[in-house]
Design a protein around this ligand. Sequence first.
Ligand code: PLP
Length: 365
Amino acid sequence: MFDAKQLANEGVRNLQPYQAGKPIEELERELGIKDIVKLASNENPLGLSSKVRAALQDTLSGLARYPDANGFYLKSKLAKKFGLQTSQITLGNGSNDVLELVARTFVSAEHEVIFSQHAFVVYPLVTQAIGAKGIAVPAQDYGHDLDAMLAAITPKTRMIFVANPNNPTGTFLSTEALQDFIAKVPENVLVILDEAYSEYVAEADRAPSFAWVDSYPNLVVTRTFSKAYGLAGLRAGYAVSHPEVADLMNRARQPFNMNSLSLRAAEVALDDEDYLQQSVAVNAAGMEQLVAFCESANLPYIPSQGNFLTIEVGDGAADIYDKLLHEGVIVRPVAGYGLPRHLRVSIGMPEENEAFITAMRKLLD
Ligand SMILES: *Cc1c(COP(=O)(O)O)cnc(C)c1O
């Protein structure tokens, strides 16, 4: 009898697929309701920037051709903006792609990969897909316990993932703590610093992580256009690393992993300072709104530096998630991240946040 599972490699066989936030259209189909508010995937509530929209329109006529496999213009723009060499940049179909690429390039089945408890689920996923051993280090106040992560390094350790800010907890590591950690990691262990939410962090608090790559050749920093730049549906992200690391990743990379639309959109988004500033301002205001609600409702929350707030709603989290769906509000259950009493709520526009708050007040009564 045909048994595909027997044929699959062992890592994949035992993998649980990534669980994305529930799409609006799916809830519409299931419950037949309209005016749904989705605060489940840390997407940008501003929608697409008008400058990007216009540029995409102009790009359509070229779509019969293959994209630029080297992403020359986007890499040049990134290099100029951040003071990098283009040879340090690896482009990805979202930063997710880069996170997988770096693991596939450097990790084999005999290796161990360290990440924090409650960290981004893609880290254990890519580790397991390779058949390597994932080491989840217990969190400290929901965030990374860097000393414990250092202590978890063994001769088999090849890679350590650190998300700053972390998703789904929003916890943040100071520049000093982070640099002290990276300096202590042996050079034969790669540190992947995932800065998907970097733009939401106050500039004074942001680590000079791209510059660190010059001092720490085993450091790989990843960023994305999915969050503050508002391009989640297009898939655009990148890594900054030592040129030799980038060169190796480039060998394992699919040649056209960024398409013509995502390349062009990312180029334009990078210059769209107004949109970025608005993203950050809307997020700061929405964060205040949600925090004020939590305080007034006596709901504990994890202080967040991202574009989301993870709230401890209690033992009934799964039930509250379900009831919120029936109120037309999609949030994110995080039981799969070891947080069964919490729900993660992305920051939306003021009226979207209000819809969540109103629904919660109704459920709590
Ligand atoms: C959203 C997110 C990403 C980015 O994903 P993309 O593939 O770029 O859309 C990466 N890391 C973390 C921790 C995230 O939350």
